[in-house]
Every structure is written in C-alpha cells, then in structure tokens.
Design a binder for this molecule. Structure first.
Ligand code: FAD
Length: 388
C-alpha cells in the first residue's frame, strides 16, 4: 500500500504508526487525532496528573523527532467524520477528504453516562483536557462524590484523598469491583478505600444528579441523598465509532474484526479500545479497554496492514493504582468457580481465579514477583491456542 492513514492518536494508533515504518512500509503514514496534542500517556490522567505530580501538559508517548525520523505525519486537532469506502477517503471536520490505500481505525472510547447521571457539570476523565477542571474541583471541593467504584473511580477517589478532599464513593454493586473481582477480593479493595479515608456507599445506584444553587444533590435508589460541590462519574466508556454509523463496517459494541484486525472492508483495519476482535488464544471475540492490549493491538494491526500474517492473541493484562497500591490483573475470567486468596490485609494480596480447577486469571496487590509468576503461568496455560 502507498498511503496508510491511522485515525486515532492513542497508544493503538501511535504504536501502529511507528511499527509500520519499522516493519518496512515505504509509503506515507498519516496519524490523525482530534485532541490538540500528539499522543500522550492517558493512564497518568487519573493518577500523577490529577495529584499534580507533574506539569499540567500531558506526557508524550514519543518525541517530535521520533515521528520525524520515522516519517510519520502527525495531524492534531482533526476529527474524522465519515468513511467513503468506495472512494477510499476519510472525511474530516476541516472539510477535507483524506485518501488512503489502507486505513487503521483506533479511535478508542469516550465516557458514557447513563441518563440518571446526565447533569450539567458532572465531570468525567478520558482526555488531557478533562484534567484541569477535575483537579480544580478536587483542590476546591469541600465534599466530592465519585460515582462508580471501578478502577478509574477508585483512582479518582485516591487522588481526592491525596489532595485532602473529603470524598464519598458510590457503587451500585455490593462492593467496589465486586462484579470484576468477586466479593472476597472486593472486600480488600473496600478496606483499602476506607483505610485511606474514603467513605464508601455500596449496594445503591444513583437515581438522579441535580444541580443546586451551591452544588449538587445526588439521589440514591435506596432513598438516601448526598450533597456535593463536585461530582465525578467513572461508570464506563463507549467505543468512539459514531462517525462510522453509515459505513459498511460491522458495529457491535465496537468495530468487529477477525483475528488479523481486518474489518468487513479489506482495506480497513481496527485496533485498541474501539475494536471487538476474535482472540484465538480464547477462541472468542472480545473488546478490551486496557493500555497494554491497545498498544500491542496497534502493532499487530501495522503488521497485518502490510500483509505480515500476525494473529492478535494477547493474554489480557492491566494495572491500576489505588491509594498508592499497584493492583495488577492478568487473564480473562468472565466466570470462575473458586478464588484462592492469599495475604493479609488490604495492601498486599494474591487472588487466583479458577474455573474447573484451572487457573484463568490472577489479581495481585503489591507483590510484583508473585504477579509476574502468575502471569507467566497463565500465559503457558493458554498458549497452546495462541499463535505467536
Ligand atoms: P484512546 O487512548 O482512547 O485514543 C483514541 C484517540 O482517538 C483519542 O485521542 C480520541 O480523542 C481520538 N479520536 C476519537 N474519535 C476520533 C475521530 N473521529 N477522529 C479523530 N480522532 C478521534 N489502562 C491500563 O491498563 N492501566 C491503567 O492504569 C489505565 N488508566 C487509565 C486512566 C484513565 C483516566 C483512562 C481514561 C484510561 C486508563 N486506562 C488504563 C485505559 C487505557 O488508557 C486505554 O485502554 C487506552 O488508552 C486505549 O487506547 P486506544 O489507542 O485504543 O484509544
């Protein structure tokens, strides 16, 4: 292919761009994204950046020189608005139509808010532009409500207590993260929050958020209500694929692809948070919303775009930081029937998830060596199905 266009400047798009050149592509590479800066480390937005541990500018994933040396044209502040599959062009919000020979879509996701949370002033965090207002709220807040006790909600609550903002974390499940990690492990997470000074309200959904003269009122389904001068929601994301609604691509909770990142159009590939692909390691389709998978997905898409046969078969992995404790997870466990939990207290533990007596996932707080061992074991156990 002559010109390869990548839409979306997150880790998937960025890694794809550099990998294309490394793998020998000689033609043009255009990497475009709708944010005002070149690709940066999004995972820091709810961690160091929110705690004010570095300059407000996002931390770039590569230098301008690295893009220049690789001959990657980085276009910032440009949004793709449509795809013309016949003409092989991407319509842009600046009125131009960008031609491609191969297209890689890596548009990631955007925060999704259920109707009950749609209230002017409710904050979310996905992009660097979200950090300043959120940090401002955390610094000023006399009382902050975080809705959603998932990893991002937990990180925001962690940053809040680090900045001495009184914070209540509201979670609809019985414990924060209980649906993902199970009750016994989730209890440790809850204990971690409480030990750090977060008030945790579990087992009740938010039924409405209303703006009041001097802040917000958060109504809970159990009849309770909370007052806050700032409300942040971390309740999930939706793939950023609206711009493809009229295209021939198959959209089903993301852009559907095969194991080679190929969509319904032969010249178009998709990678990262926006893609639902067939993972041969597990023999099933999945969409993952984690950094490491997105970055490696981008590299696999680069290889496949150049015709280098590269099935994408990762062992899913992610990390999070809750109150200074690094929590790491590897594997894929939509279901399990036993959890072996080792370690005392909320700061250090190892949880091994078993299905039919077989290890399917591990979640570890602290203890990096135990995590590395479990990750290796999981890789071995699932590898037989995973082409390298
Ligand atoms: P994204 O990073 O979402 O990048 C997509 C880019 O495309 C964005 O810049 C977007 O604005 C742009 N775009 C969208 N639509 C268009 C369009 N139509 N035209 C042009 N550009 C467009 N994962 C972990 O494993 N560990 C963590 O600790 C962790 N922390 C996180 C903290 C936060 C606050 C967030 C939001 C996510 C975190 N994640 C973490 C998840 C991780 O960041 C994502 O999985 C990863 O960024 C996905 O990469 P991506 O390239 O697929 O998409």
């Amino acid at each position: 292919p002559e010109r390869i266009v990548i839409v979306g400047g997150g880790p998937a798009g960025q890694r794809c761009a550099l990998a294309l050149r490394r793998l020998g592509h000689a033609g043009a590479i255009d990497l475009l994204g709708d944010e005002p800066t070149a690709p940066y480390d999004r995972t820091l937005l709810s961690k160091d950046a929110l705690r004010g541990e570095h300059e407000p500018e996002p931390v770039p994933l590569a230098s301008a020189q690295a893009y220049a040396e690789a001959g990657v044209a980085v276009h910032v502040g440009v949004r793709a608005t449509g795809l013309d599959a016949d003409a092989r062009t991407v319509a842009l919000d600046n009125g131009r139509a960008l031609p491609y020979d191969r297209l890689v879509i890596a548009t990631g996701g955007r925060p999704s808010l259920p109707p009950a949370l749609r209230c002017d002033g409710v904050l979310t965090v996905r992009t660097a532009a979200d950090v300043a207002p959120l940090r401002d709220a955390l610094v000023r807040a006399r009382h902050l409500v975080v809705i959603g006790g998932g990893f991002i909600g937990g990180e925001i609550a962690s940053a809040a207590v680090a900045l001495a903002a009184p914070v209540t974390l509201v979670e609809a499940a019985e414990q924060p993260l209980a649906p993902v990690l199970g009750g016994a492990v989730a209890e440790r997470v809850t204990a971690l929050h409480r030990a750090a000074g977060v008030e945790v309200r579990c087992g009740t959904a938010v039924s409405a958020v209303r703006r009041e003269r001097d802040g917000f009122r958060v109504d809970l389904a159990d009849g309770g209500e909370l007052r806050a001068d700032a409300v942040v929601a971390g309740v999930g994301m939706a793939p950023a694929v609206d711009w493809l609604a009229d295209s021939p691509l198959t959209l089903d909770d993301g852009i559907v692809t095969d194991e080679h990142c190929r969509t319904a159009l032969t010249d178009v590939l998709a990678a990262g948070d926006c893609a639902r692909w067939h993972n041969p390691r597990y023999g099933r389709s999945m969409r993952i919303e984690h950094w490491d998978t997105a970055a490696r997905h981008g590299e696999a898409a680069a290889a496949n775009a150049l015709g280098i046969d590269t099935p994408f078969a990762p062992l899913p992995f992610f990390w999070s930081e809750q109150h200074g404790v690094v929590v790491r997870y590897a594997g894929h466990a939509p279901e399990w029937d036993a959890v072996e939990l080792d370690g005392e207290g909320p700061h250090e533990w190892v949880a091994r998830y078993l299905h039919d007596g077989r290890l399917v996932a591990a979640c570890v707080a602290g203890r990096p060596r135990d995590f590395a061992a479990a990750r290796r074991e999981l890789d071995q156990l699932t590898k037989e199905h995973a082409p390298t």
